[in-house]
Design a protein around this ligand. Structure first.
Ligand code: KG4
Ligand code: ZN
Length: 347
């Protein structure tokens, strides 16, 4: 079976084609990535310090047709070989989502094949299942992206038991805002990680927000703590910037370590059969944080899974793959009236 996936929820227009055989519910063989195309809009949004929604949807409109054509060429298949079309239908920027989802629905209608609407967060959550054959559901999922920070047990692509989520900003948003405060451009996460490599992580002692035994996150106070430090200096020179970046990044990594420990305590009591922890979403692209989280997870006796950097941030492989996972559970996907979805899994 071959599924074409489309992602356009934020500032990446992405197409991917995956071929695989569905053995039975949630079991696959011969998984192959036939093409993976990502058109990034980052350069266009940099000058605004973040994603400008109206510009994002217009750039998606420009990009969909060429990106689709490259995906087909790369895969070296004929259009008629596509068995289903999947597209992100939420959550995300509404104008951007509409572009990818409408393209997908039109293509599915033209081909007379099923259209599979995919939740963007399920995409991130399922990504490691494509990359690591041995990873079985259910698992403890820690999802940290630009829009969300969540922790809980993923049972199927349709069921998630939430242990906690952010009560204010997401981790990615905090990275982006702190980056702006210290004079780094959008997207903040990778730029902070780069500066942090040359910084002293012990110079500033930022407070760990919501340092309790629960699984909720809070990042807005940390953002303010960074701002308060910056306000004490007339100028943010390179050394100061690097030291703030390193100290901030270390604090975020401490937050994830702490929350994952708390979640593992719940998992051990409630789900004794779970043995794996998945870290996914754009913030999981941060190798310093991923490595420090890995230590906590492995010390607790669990297996740790994180996608490689390009598969942590937005892509269409995760959408095509989630469609395989959904399809294998024998869901009916023939309704082209599917609207842009409210988040119905992670609420
Ligand atoms: O998952 P993603 O690509 O898009 C959303 O679904 O939101 O996540 C984007 C977020 C941005 O906030 C970006 O700054 C953050 O992920 N990010 C990182 C890194 N790479 C991307 N944060 C920390 N370190 C990174 N290396
Ligand atoms: Zn994402």
């Amino acid at each position: 079976m071959k599924i074409l996936g489309i992602e356009s929820s934020c500032d990446e227009t992405a197409f991917a084609i995956i071929s695989a055989d569905i053995v039975t519910n949630g079991k696959f063989s011969n998984k192959k990535l036939l093409s993976n195309v990502v058109f990034s809009q980052v350069e266009e949004h940099k000058k605004f310090g973040g994603v400008f929604p109206e510009i994002a949807s217009r750039l998606h409109l420009d990009a969909v047709s060429p990106a689709f054509k490259i995906a087909l060429d790369e895969a070296q298949i004929d259009l008629s070989e596509i068995d289903a079309v999947a597209a992100t239908c939420g959550p995300g920027l509404i104008g951007s989502l509409v572009v990818g989802a409408s393209f997908g629905k039109a293509l599915a209608a033209f081909l007379g094949k099923p259209f599979i609407p995919v939740n963007h967060l399920i995409g991130h959550a399922m990504m490691p299942r494509f990359l690591y054959d041995e990873l079985e559901l259910p698992y403890l999922l820690v999802l940290a992206s630009g829009g969300h920070s969540l922790i809980g047990v993923l049972e199927t692509p349709f069921e998630f038991e939430k242990f906690g989520a952010t009560i204010d900003d997401s981790a990615g948003e905090c990275f982006d805002k702190v980056a702006r405060t210290i004079g780094l451009s959008y997207p903040g996460g990778p730029n902070i990680e780069k500066c942090a490599r040359n910084g002293d992580s012990t110079r500033f002692n930022f407070p760990i927000p919501l340092n309790d035994r629960g699984c909720n996150f809070s990042f807005s106070g940390l953002k303010t703590a960074v701002l308060n430090v910056c306000n004490k200096y007339a100028e943010i020179n390179e050394t100061l910037r690097n030291d703030i970046a390193a100290s901030f990044q270390k604090t975020v990594s401490n937050v994830f370590q702490k929350k994952i420990k708390n979640a593992i305590t719940i998992v051990k009591q409630k789900y004794p059969n779970i043995k794996s922890v998945v870290f996914s979403g754009g913030v999981a692209a941060n190798r310093y944080i991923a490595d420090s989280v890995k230590k906590v997870v492995e010390n607790a006796g669990f297996n740790f899974y994180v996608p490689d950097i390009k598969m942590c941030t937005d892509n269409a492989v995760m959408i095509a793959w989630s469609a395989f996972e959904m399809f294998s559970l024998n869901q009916e996907f023939n309704d082209l009236r599917t609207d842009i979805l409210e988040d119905n899994v992670f609420i």
